[in-house]
Design a protein around this ligand. Sequence first.
Ligand code: HEC
Length: 169
Amino acid sequence: MIKKIYSLMLLFLATGLGISACFSARSPSSQATSAQSDAANGEEIYFSGIDQSGNRIRYTGGPNFGGMMMGSYLTCAACHGPDAHGGVHVMHMQVMDAPPIYYDALIAMKAEDTGTTPQPGGYSLQDFRMEVVDGKDVGGETLDTDMPRWQMSDKDLEAIFAFLKTITE
Ligand code: HEC
């Protein structure tokens, strides 16, 4: 799986927008349950930045690369990593430090932000929306502008959330 993901990343780097064509060529499994297909859709959005209607998800903010990002687009995977484990990496000669965002990590960070003990299931879709769309962490603090603000439908948000739930440590 990881290997496949890395080759997708390489493909993305090599061909830029070509990845959307690659994704749409993959036929969805008709037997998938809705939770599974949500997660599969979410995985595609996480890596491609393209929503379920085939449109690029719009965002504002994000790091200022001095104009160097013109013509290219950010995806969740570009900053939070192919396995959603985050990490520090150099992006267009700037240091980018993105936190892990797989489900258990989100629960742990919420507990930290609110000074409570981590609870199973203790991070909701509403929490996720507040962070990803509104740019506020669950403690109400404004997130760093390195994290873009995403104009995303509830359907797409739910799909990415379902995907992040499938990743464990
Ligand atoms: C350009 C880099 C970048 C991209 C692209 C990006 N993020 Fe982030 N994200 C960050 C950084 C940096 C933070 C930490 C912000 C802070 O702590 O103030 C963050 C924080 C978050 C958080 C909050 C984590 C927490 O609990 O504190 C969530 C959730 C998140 N990102 C989800 C996403 C999703 C989903 C996408 C894709 C739709 C995405 N991010 C794309 C850089 C990015």
